[in-house]
Design a protein around this ligand. Structure first.
Ligand SMILES: Cc1ncc(COP(=O)(O)O)c(C=O)c1O
Length: 406
């Protein structure tokens, strides 16, 4: 890990586990770049780990190490139905010894064809899924599960907290080294999806440390209440403060919301809602770049990139597309547990449309937590290879604590 190599004093303080395969390659995507009218490069975080790739692996290297340090027996997560963060956590939690239980409280999102498979994969890897019919029911459901779980650790939604963001600080240092080695020119702009914000915040903080002048352009893929520049800048500053807490010689100028360019207009009707621009970008990426994108995160990001490049005439500037979606093949999975199937059937209005407000409020009126793991499926997933040895962990790291909140 570059961060620990650059600042060896961190190793004594920060929990970290090697889960992924780094550095991830950078590659030119010439044909797709020609189609979009720019010099396009791709950062292959889609292959960031041997078991599962995508952007959550770098965050989990810190989160799961912290869980191990605390001897947590249950990892409690909140996410949307089909959350990649839940799936990545379920997969990599199996590599801990002993593996903690993974309990996820999931809230509805617009139906997409990959949802049933994602849920089945979560179940296959041993996650216990608890479905609530509306976002508003998340806090009480989490509290309910917190009180009933042995040694629980509540993970930050999407992994967006200062400690896991260090994974993306490290990613920015990794990029700087690839630039120094001549593997790609210094990108003028770097495009990344903006959801819970941990990825963009870590990159922003890391770029400041790295000395690169790359601008981060974050394409909003979820509500602006969460996915906004002020929140990302605050999280980036908290991440830098966490580093400065252990490295007093670190002197970096704080970030402001102006350091991040947010493109809000590619979200469409909301998180997970399909948009025509994303469908076009998805097809173009497949045809001209042989890239596998998804309609929720990465295709919206490529659509934003295409628009920005045209709008600002960036033909001559190196542009980096940060691929955040897993493309590591996953196993064929058994059918869904019947309760999840029932839930999906109820929430599939007119096949493929967003949940209606009415359906959500009707469900909320019931105020019942559907427990998906009532079904007859294996409680524990298969045993996966163990991660290489954990770093020596400090006796005490506040989470969330003064150093993380300052
Ligand atoms: C594939 C993919 N890309 C991007 C994101 C957004 O990352 P972040 O939540 O760190 O903003 C997510 C979040 O779940 C994701 O699953």
């Amino acid at each position: 890990m570059r961060l620990l190599a650059a600042y060896p004093e961190l190793a004594a303080h920060l929990p970290w586990l090697p889960l992924g395969t780094f550095p991830t390659p950078v590659e030119p995507v010439i044909d797709l770049g020609e189609a979009l009218g720019c010099q396009l490069w791709i950062k292959r975080d889609d292959r960031s780990g041997p078991l599962y790739g995508g952007n959550k692996v770098r965050l989990l290297e810190f989160l799961l190490a912290e869980a191990q340090r605390r001897q947590s027996q249950t990892l409690l997560l909140a996410g949307s139905l089909g959350s990649n963060f839940v799936l990545a956590t379920a997969i990599y939690a199996q590599t801990l010894r002993p593996p903690p239980a993974v309990r996820a409280v999931l809230f509805p999102r617009p139906f997409s064809p990959d949802l049933p498979r994602k849920l089945a994969l979560c179940q296959h890897f041993g996650a216990q899924l608890h479905l609530v019919p509306a976002l508003a029911l998340l806090p009480p459901a989490l509290l309910w599960h917190w009180l009933r779980s042995p040694r629980p650790l509540l993970l930050p939604p999407g992994g967006a907290a200062p400690l896991p963001c260090l994974g993306y600080v490290d990613a920015a240092l990794e990029l700087a080294q690839q630039v120094a080695l001549g593997q790609l020119p210094e990108p003028h702009y770097l495009f990344v999806p903006l959801g819970s914000g941990g990825t963009a915040a870590g990159l922003l903080a890391g770029l400041r440390l790295s000395g690169l002048h790359t601008h981060v352009v974050a394409v909003r893929i979820s509500s602006g209440l969460i996915a906004n520049a002020a929140r990302v800048a605050r999280l980036a500053n908290q991440t830098l403060a966490l580093l400065a807490h252990y490295i007093p010689r670190l002197a970096v100028k704080p970030l402001t919301p102006h350091n991040l360019i947010v493109l809000p207009q590619f979200l469409g009707k909301g998180y997970g809602a399909p948009t025509p621009e994303a469908q076009t970008a998805l097809a173009l990426a497949k045809e001209r770049g042989h890239l596998e994108l998804d309609s929720t995160y990465t295709a919206k990001t490529l659509a934003g990139l295409a628009w920005y490049v045209q709008r600002h005439q960036l033909q001559e500037h190196p542009i980096l597309f940060w691929h955040t979606l897993n493309t590591v093949p996953l196993p064929q999975v058994t059918p869904l547990p019947s309760t999840v199937e029932r839930f999906l059937a109820r929430h599939r209005p007119g096949a493929g449309q967003a949940l209606s407000e009415r359906s959500m409020s009707e469900r909320a009126a019931g105020a019942r937590v559907w427990t998906a793991n009532e079904g007859p499926w294996p409680v524990a997933g298969p045993t996966l290879p163990r991660a290489a040895g954990a770093a020596e962990l400090p006796a005490h790291l506040p989470w969330p604590g003064p150093a993380l909140d300052s």
